[in-house]
Design a protein around this ligand. Structure first.
Ligand SMILES: C[S@@+](CC[C@H](N)C(=O)[O-])C[C@H]1O[C@@H](n2cnc3c(N)ncnc32)[C@H](O)[C@@H]1O
Ligand code: SF4
Length: 384
């Protein structure tokens, strides 16, 4: 029996000052004056169209992702949040995150984001090494990045994340460690530490920059950086996510626990459990901002709807929960997938024999070896 899990709201804001050469997100270099007000109107039409999927449910987190959400003026974020909270029930004190490129931080803006209800900031820092930032095509240097974080702290944000990437072109282990030291000095509540990947359809994929560390070197960096993060008090709770106690990202945790989410905005994805029909629906929106502005809120604005068939649910569930160090509670599996635990018993036993999963009476937890081979573990649950 499927039981709808906690619900979150993802809001995609698709423009950036400049497209970074490694980035395959649905982000577009903004040209001229951006249509912020029209876009907020489109988001609200889009949300209205999705509301019947979630009548009566409470929203536990909101995440403005991009693109560069901090390009949007605080007044626009405020208007969206006010209108959304009049349409949906917001849980008291829910986490509201806004992604920020440090190159867009202006004095006074953070106070007004806070007044609008934003209570968590995620900064795209990437590195504190100015040469590396140039190679990554970033619009800010390390001094501006530190200044942006301080502006947010002055406005009262103590719950903030820093995104860092490692295995950068020409990066040594010492440089990767130094980036972490500079991050620690800013006392973030959370650090996301991503290995730079060469994604298809990016400039870096077509013309890889010189000096990208090989896999062994990258693995070595990851191990050393993990140890530094642990020493500094950041608990490793997901593949790339580290947090001070109690400061995990609630929004991302909900994804990884196979929770539900509405996705509004250009190219946004949602996943909603429909108790009445016992379906798990995936819905995505048209991708290009221009098409989205024209079509949001009418059926053509929905890029597609897909029902996750029962056979596919174990795989999709594992793809998410096995990213987490905590693994999952066996009791959550039937509630989230509508299937009995018996359905995955052979795969669990196999993974346990391989030393990939520790299967207890109530919980399943990936081992250190299992975390290294997550793709192989998850593949066991593919049925087609
Ligand atoms: C939407 S961006 C964050 C906010 C803002 N757009 C920025 O870049 O400052 C999400 C994060 O994903 C990470 N990321 C993007 N492309 C990546 C890639 N190819 N490999 C690894 N991490 C990547 C970066 O750390 C980036 O900060
Ligand atoms: S600013 Fe962020 S979203 Fe925009 S292109 Fe760069 S990494 Fe991608």
């Amino acid at each position: 029996m499927l039981i709808p899990p906690p619900l979150s709201l993802y809001v995609h804001l698709p423009w950036c000052v400049r497209k970074c050469p490694y980035c395959d997100f649905n982000s577009h270099q903004g040209k001229g004056a951006l249509p912020f007000d029209d876009y907020i109107d489109a988001l609200l039409r889009d949300l209205d169209q999705d509301l019947p999927l979630v009548w009566g449910r409470t929203v536990h987190s909101v995440f403005f992702g991009g693109g560069t959400p901090s390009l949007f003026p605080p007044e626009a974020i405020d208007r969206f949040l006010q209108a959304a909270s009049s349409r949906l029930r917001f849980a008291p004190g829910l986490e509201i995150t806004l992604e920020t490129n440090p190159g867009t931080a202006e004095h006074g803006r953070f106070d007004r984001y806070r007044e609008a209800g934003v209570n968590r900031i995620s900064f795209g820092i990437q590195s504190f090494d100015d040469e590396s930032l140039k190679k990554l095509g970033r619009i800010h240097d390390s001094r501006e990045a530190e200044h942006a974080v301080k502006l947010a702290q002055d406005a009262g944000f103590d719950n903030f994340n820093l995104d860092l990437m490692y295995a950068l072109p020409g990066q040594s282990l010492a440089m990767a460690e130094h980036d972490l030291e500079r991050a620690f000095a800013l006392q973030p509540a959370h650090i996301s530490h991503y290995q730079l990947t060469l994604e298809p359809n990016t400039i870096f994929f077509a013309r890889p920059p010189q000096g990208i560390p090989d896999e062994d070197h990258a693995w070595n960096m990851q191990e050393h950086c993990q140890a530094l993060l642990a020493d500094a008090g950041y608990g490793h709770y997901e593949v790339s996510a580290y947090a001070r106690p109690g400061r995990q990202c609630g929004h991302n945790l909900n994804y990884w626990r196979f929770g539900d989410y509405l996705g509004v905005g250009a190219g946004a994805h949602g996943k909603i459990t429909l108790g009445a029909t016992q379906q798990i629906l995936r819905r995505w929106k048209v991708k290009h901002p221009t098409a989205y502005l024209a079509q949001a809120g009418v059926p053509q604005g929905i890029g597609g709807d897909d029902d996750i068939a029962p056979e596919r649910r174990p795989f999709e569930y594992m793809l998410n929960v096995l990213r987490l160090h905590e693994g999952f509670a066996l009791a959550d599996f039937p509630a989230c997938t509508g299937l009995p635990v018996d359905r995955i018993a052979p795969q669990l036993a196999h993974a346990e024999r391989q030393g990939w999963l520790a299967v207890g009476p109530t919980h399943v937890v990936p081992t250190a070896l299992g975390r290294r081979f997550t793709n192989d573990v998850v593949a066991l649950f593919l049925t087609d």
